[in-house]
Ligand binder design. Structure first.
Ligand SMILES: [Mn+2]
Length: 320
């Protein structure tokens, strides 16, 4: 039903905009680039791609990524026929680009977050899918559209990165079958892995090492966390996206049950990433207005980093 209206809506549209979430990752960018190309090749539609925040350098290999625009380059009063959000758990994750989504005549929501409240007119939300890329691949297959090589590379990137190289609990038999299909469609697995995991800028690696050295441990080492201040970032010449991977590195310790990273955005704003092995950290994130998955969640706390840290520790202890 939704699939039929999806197809008809796209066919009728004369203007389409695709959104990835703020501070984009491999899933949201890979899915967006894949969808862009499907619209171009199969529907003959030239869509606009939008993201807020820096695109991490490692994702510059994604086909068509250079076409992605920032909201400040656009007229936010424009009215598009169709707006499509990919990998966006909640509308506010579109940040300053949100007006473009809200103004659109038809809103489509393609996602895999269990906290997604079906905010679109047409919703494809599969909480059991490993990533938004998997949901998109399902849609393409239902429509009998075979991804070309570039589309396959983008979708494979979405699956590879959101499953942490097929290691996380969201890696199901179906996930591997889809990844295998994408390789058949032309995605080069070792090329994508090299781009995503062996192309880190030096400041990122040094910041990670420094963060691990400065990590703190609580509750018999069950909780591992680190506060990253702007002064740490400056010391290594690191950029915002260079904190990625630190929270997972802390979870790798055998005693860690819950890990989290607090990142100073400014004097009164702190960004938080949480990971766990068994505890539900999405509950912690939602206390502060954030969200995500059981074992991977995030939020922003409107407090200085030290105060945010104290409040967070209290909530983390509750779910331990
Ligand atoms: Mn995702």
């Amino acid at each position: 039903m939704d699939l039929k209206s999806f197809k008809e809506t796209i066919e009728k549209a004369s203007s389409i905009v695709i959104f990835s979430h703020v501070n984009p990752d491999g899933d949201t960018l890979g899915s967006m680039c894949a969808l862009y190309q499907v619209l171009k090749n199969s529907f003959k539609k030239e869509a606009l791609m939008v993201t807020v925040g820096k695109i991490p350098d490692i994702y510059h290999f994604l086909p068509f990524i250079q076409n992605v625009k920032k909201p400040e380059e656009l007229d936010l009063k424009q009215v598009f026929d169709v707006a499509i959000a990919v990998d966006i758990a909640a509308k506010d994750r579109m940040a300053s680009a949100l007006p473009l989504f809200e103004n659109a005549k038809v809103k489509i929501n393609i996602d895999h977050h269990k906290t997604n409240n079906n905010y679109g007119d047409i919703n494809f939300v599969q909480a059991d899918a490993s990533c938004a890329g998997e949901v998109l691949l399902d849609i393409l297959e239902e429509l009998s559209l075979i991804p070309d090589k570039d589309t396959a590379i983008s979708l494979y990137t979405a699956i590879l990165t959101d499953t942490g190289c097929f290691r996380f609990e969201n890696t199901k038999s179906d996930t591997l079958k889809k990844a295998a299909k994408l390789i058949e469609y032309g995605a080069d697995a070792s090329y994508v892995a090299r781009c995503c995991y062996e192309s880190k800028p030096k400041p990122m690696v040094l910041l990670q090492a420094n963060s691990i050295i400065n990590a703190k441990f609580l509750e018999d080492n069950k909780i591992a966390y680190v506060c990253i201040k702007n002064s740490d970032m400056e010391k290594f010449g690191a950029q915002n996206d260079h904190t990625e991977g630190i929270v997972e590195a802390l979870r790798q310790i055998n005693t860690t049950e819950i890990s989290f990273v607090l990142k100073e955005v400014d004097e009164n704003t702190t960004k938080v990433s949480l990971r766990s092995k068994t505890a539900d950290v999405s509950k912690v994130a939602s206390v502060f207005g954030g969200g995500g998955h059981t074992f991977a969640a995030g939020c922003t706390i409107r407090k200085p980093i030290n105060i945010a840290c104290e409040k967070l520790i209290d909530e983390v202890k509750k779910v331990l």
